[in-house]
Design a protein around this ligand. Structure first.
Ligand code: SF4
Length: 332
């Protein structure tokens, strides 16, 4: 038995709120997971917020929770997230948690579980978004507490938001992802925001995510299809030889991607609410990504200011030299 993986496959169990049965999205998810054990529950929080969970172990074999969100569905963007110059910046919580498992992910600090929740009452979200749009243009990150593109084999949220935004010019939609997908909507107000890191950072800290080469191929496919593309170098992660590592990385990006076609660029270093750091460290024991002796500033754990400036400067200066200065947004 030694050496065998005794953990069940991912999504071996699907917990479904009683009230979530009958929704089209629920039925589609369940039909594509025919072998999973379905467990009826009264409320997703009974499973998602259950005390005593071990996210470290759960990360190796995540389960899925299907629920109806009758609480808050939209939240104002956090001050440590880039608003790319928009006044009304919100994010939608259409799912919680992510199929990937980056060591530095704030979700590991925020949630005490690795299981993924998908909310299925999409019409309620869209109606609420319509009401919000009546008050003026909106910048909405739809893939914030999750990675909707990575979940696109499981639920239809990516398509739902794409279709919705395609016919609403007042809405600027951002779909942020580390996943590689093939389908894009070519609209100015639907932004595919690809998070990029050096291959060394991906291998060490971005577990289960596609390689840098795969992400670059996906970005080029998106550009070929006429999609609006944002590149996010965020979060940059400190490692001992970060200068060499990130310089070689920018060389590769500049060589492989036609950056004149990119809408804009976001750059930032790792940061997390001080309240979340201990949970994050417990979820990734020993990971160098989260063991740094962070400074505390305004309730957030951050790298020291000098280091942040040096790190972001590596990418910022190269992009400025390449003539992209006006399209570069740095979270310092
Ligand atoms: S891809 Fe993003 S949301 Fe998913 S685990 Fe990594 S950092 Fe978190």
């Amino acid at each position: 038995m030694s050496g065998q993986n005794l953990l069940p496959e991912a999504f071996s169990h699907i917990y479904v709120e009683n009230r979530a049965f009958g929704y089209e999205m629920t039925e589609k998810i369940l039909s594509s997971f025919g072998k999973s054990t379905i467990v009826r529950i009264s409320h997703y929080k009974d499973v998602f917020n259950r005390p005593g969970q071990d996210p470290y172990l759960q990360n190796k074999s995540k389960n899925l929770i299907i629920a109806v969100n009758d609480g808050n569905r939209f939240f104002e963007g956090s001050p440590v997230c880039q608003d790319f110059g928009f006044d009304r910046f919100y994010y939608a919580e259409s799912a919680m948690n992510c199929p990937f498992s980056c060591d530095y992910c704030f979700l590991k600090g925020m949630y005490h579980t690795a299981n993924v929740v998908v909310f299925v009452n999409s019409d309620d979200y869209l109606e609420e978004c319509d009401r919000m749009l009546k008050d003026g243009p909106l910048y909405l990150c739809a893939s914030f507490d999750t990675d909707l593109a990575a979940l696109s084999g499981i639920c239809e949220w990516k398509k739902i938001w794409e279709r919705y935004a395609s016919v609403r010019e007042d809405l600027t939609l951002e779909l942020r992802t580390k996943a590689c997908v093939n389908e894009f909507v070519a609209k100015d107000n639907v932004i595919y925001a690809f998070t990029l890191s050096p291959e060394e950072i991906i291998r060490r800290f971005e577990r289960n995510t596609p390689s840098l080469d795969s992400r670059i191929r996906c970005i080029n496919k998106a550009l070929e299809s006429g999609a609006t593309v944002r590149l996010c170098f965020d979060p940059m992660i400190y490692i001992k030889d970060y200068e060499l590592c990130y310089n070689e990385f920018v060389d590769k990006i500049l060589e492989k991607i036609d950056i004149t076609e990119i809408k804009d660029f976001g750059i930032g270093t790792f940061r997390i609410s001080s309240d979340y750091l201990s949970s994050l460290r417990a979820a990734c024991p020993g990971s160098a990504a989260v063991l740094f002796p962070f400074d505390r500033e305004d309730g957030f754990c951050v790298y020291p200011k000098d280091l942040r400036t040096k790190m972001t400067g590596i990418i910022e200066n190269r992009l400025k030299k390449a003539g992209c200065g006006e399209r570069v947004f740095v979270m310092s």
